[in-house]
Design a protein around this ligand. Structure first.
Ligand SMILES: [Zn+2]
Length: 144
């Protein structure tokens, strides 16, 4: 049997133990393209709201590390919206009449694996906020 590009590809490893960044005592089992961590399960169950899903939305940190360690080409994240920092997201929502406490509570909630949250605006309509853990930025969808 001769070695072709395809046979070399088939020999790349697909199973990894990746150390947790937050807990050095802990490792997560990655069997490409799946990971056994809670973040990965959460991402699979909660596609982004307010924009089309991107491949990297479903990648936990361990999956990125495993793909790179195996020499696979990884997708280059290209946000298709302008992500907002906490201050900019607060300003945007409060400029539309949202109550400060509500804004702070919902930004905190979505930032800690809470999924997309609604924020009531001054005109009675709802904005949707979400947190993109890859970029560390908030997204805000305002009603039309
Ligand atoms: Zn993971």
């Amino acid at each position: 049997m001769s070695i072709t590009k395809d046979t070399v590809m088939a020999l790349r490893p697909t199973a990894f133990e990746v150390q947790s960044e937050t807990d050095p005592e802990r490792t997560y089992r990655v069997q490409l393209p799946d990971c056994w961590c809670p973040d990965f399960r959460y991402r699979r169950a909660n596609p982004p709201e307010g924009r089309p899903a991107r491949l990297e939305d479903f990648f936990c940190k361990h999956l990125w590390q495993a793909f790179k360690a195996a020499g696979w080409q990884v997708p280059v994240p290209r946000p298709d919206y302008e992500g907002l920092g906490t201050t900019a997201a607060r300003k945007l929502l409060m400029a539309r009449g949202a109550v400060r406490d509500t804004v702070d509570r919902q930004l905190t909630a979505t930032g800690s694996l809470g999924g997309p949250k609604r924020v009531r605006l001054g005109d009675g309509q709802d904005a949707t906020v979400w947190f993109d853990r890859f970029s560390g930025k908030y997204g805000v969808r305002l009603p039309a």
